[in-house]
Design a protein around this ligand. Structure first.
Ligand SMILES: Cc1cc2nc3c(=O)[nH]c(=O)nc-3n(C[C@H](O)[C@H](O)[C@H](O)COP(=O)(O)OP(=O)(O)OC[C@H]3O[C@@H](n4cnc5c(N)ncnc54)[C@H](O)[C@@H]3O)c2cc1C
Length: 479
């Protein structure tokens, strides 16, 4: 694949052509103005760019890419800049140009009969949720970065988040999209069809392509009935195996409502959140593991609460859980969720943390935790794994806090070895080394190891077909 270092910065004449398309005020070249686009939020990746382009329409995106293609300029598409694997940040050469979609931020249509919403790519996820709510519908895609991330970025990374167990990832929620290819040609439609078997589905190729095949400009997303009834509970158990059994228990017994969250936490993670974030543990006595369960309903208030009580009562009788607390009001429900959402933040106060975003089949979660913990201990005695996350999707944030008596630097210097060991366990269990965040720049070297030579060859042929000069997001995703 083309090396990002093989590009030269655009000439002054090319920058002028860009300015004629979007207006000079939307071609940023000043270091201060470009700075927010060049730094990832964790500061793990900090790049340089020749310019940041801010088009205001699909036509402008197409015209910019046509010029970039002719002039051999590398383009890095960027949405809300919340990606965690460096895909939206240019390399350090300063030759690349960032293409920000932020100005394509209009909700184009809400079609209640079709149960769909048509959004430009730069619509912020939280704004899309609000637009759906105002139309008495639910747009269920939800993640902690929703105040900044954009629909185009969500689709380019096939974002997951909190409600995947009920509504699927961004891919499952997208019916149609439009995108501009590297040479400026526009593909796709905004037809919003649920059935359309007319050949290869380019939508599904573009979703999850991390800005390497095309620039997504708009999409039709599915809507769902608004949630009118909700129950949130916090249950404690002895082991991850029991947490998995509880999930099956819920699935087998649920008669009304939808299981919209099933999130695992360890007691260590909970104790960090209590200690550092001033939050309260919901259960009187600690248990080694906890699950946050959420049921949502679309009918009269109270029905899913009764359902929650019934199923948790049966689970207690069956010896699956030690104890459970049911949120009695919205405030308590939010307090339970703050514990789950504070898992990552609380770990910051415990020193260095090595992070893994992995998935295994739900039935192998317990085996994964046990085996990965043992491998990590063997490598770094005293390291403290704090797994948490979307148990219902088989997706864990397998974070490891440093041993208390080790220096942060010494622990973080073991990052590659620890990730290697964890990934070996993941792969042995038939899992994925990137469940949510994608490949970007961070996990590129792993792709060649996890895909077969035939798959890598096919991916490279796809890239060649979509972007023959390799100008779109060079040095990302493909090894
Ligand atoms: C606090 C926090 C919590 C998070 N939680 C989750 C989570 O629960 N689940 C999850 O899946 N992710 C999560 N993320 C990661 C991130 O929010 C998602 O990957 C999100 O979908 C990225 O959207 P964005 O608009 O910020 O994209 P960016 O970060 O700007 O870009 C991400 C990638 O998409 C490409 N891209 C962006 N826009 C376009 C476009 N219009 N066309 C083509 N390519 C494009 C970029 O080139 C880059 O490769 C989290 C991040 C943070 C900071």
């Amino acid at each position: 694949m083309r090396d990002p270092a093989s590009f030269s910065p655009p000439s002054g004449a090319v920058l002028e052509r860009f300015a004629r398309i979007v207006g000079a005020q939307h071609v940023l070249t000043d270091a201060e103005a470009m700075a927010p686009y060049l730094r990832e939020w964790r500061d793990r990746y900090v790049g340089r760019a020749a310019a940041v382009l801010r088009p205001g329409s699909e036509e402008e995106v197409a015209a910019l890419l046509k010029v970039a293609h002719e002039a051999d300029v590398a383009i890095v598409p960027q949405g809300g800049n919340t990606g965690l694997v460096g895909g939206q940040i240019p390399y350090e050469s300063g030759a690349e140009v960032v293409l920000s979609l932020s100005r394509l931020n209009r909700v184009l249509d809400i079609d209640l009969d079709n149960d769909t919403m048509t959004l430009q790519a730069g619509v912020i996820l939280a704004d899309a949720q609000t637009a759906a709510k105002e139309a008495s519908r639910l747009f269920p895609l939800s993640l902690a970065a929703e105040g900044s991330c954009q629909i185009g970025g969500n689709l380019a990374t096939n974002a997951g988040g909190l409600n995947v167990i009920a509504y699927g990832t961004a891919r499952a929620q997208c019916l149609a999209l439009r995108a501009v290819l590297a040479d400026g040609s526009v593909v796709g439609s905004l037809n919003g069809l649920r059935k359309d078997n007319t050949g290869y589905d380019l939508r599904d190729v573009l979703i999850g392509s991390e800005g390497t095949l095309g620039v997504i400009t708009a999409a039709v997303m599915r809507l769902f009935p608004a949630v009118t009834d909700r129950a949130v509970a916090f249950a404690g158990m002895e082991s991850p195996a029991e947490a998995v059994s509880l999930l099956t228990f819920f699935r087998e017994r649920l008669q009304c409502g939808v299981l919209t969250a099933f999130e695992l936490m360890s007691h260590l993670g909970l104790s960090f959140a209590v200690k550092h974030l001033g939050l309260r543990a919901p259960l009187a006595a600690p248990t080694p593991w906890y699950v946050l369960v959420e049921l949502s309903g679309h009918g009269a208030a109270g029905a899913v609460m009764a359902e929650m009580e019934r199923i948790l009562g049966d689970a207690f009788e069956a010896g699956l859980i030690e104890d459970a607390a049911l949120a009695q009001n919205e405030g308590q429900a939010e307090a339970f969720w703050r514990l789950r959402e504070g898992m990552s933040e609380a770990q910051k106060y415990e020193g260095g943390s090595i992070k893994n975003d992995i998935a295994v089949p739900v039935s192998r979660i317990a085996e994964f935790i046990e085996t990965a913990n043992a491998r990590v201990q063997a490598l770094v005695p005293g390291a403290r794994p704090v797994p948490f996350g979307h148990l219902g999707d088989g997706n864990l944030h397998y974070n490891i806090s440093q041993p208390p008596d080790m220096s942060r630097e010494a622990f973080l210097s073991r990052w590659d070895a620890v990730v290697e060991a964890v990934n070996e366990v993941v792969l042995a269990l038939g899992g994925s080394i990137s469940a949510e965040h994608g490949i970007g720049r961070m996990k590129r070297q792993w792709l060649a190891r996890i895909k077969s030579p035939a798959e890598i060859a096919l991916m490279r042929q796809l890239k060649q077909a979509f972007d023959p000069k390799g100008i779109l997001n060079p040095g990302k995703l493909l090894p």
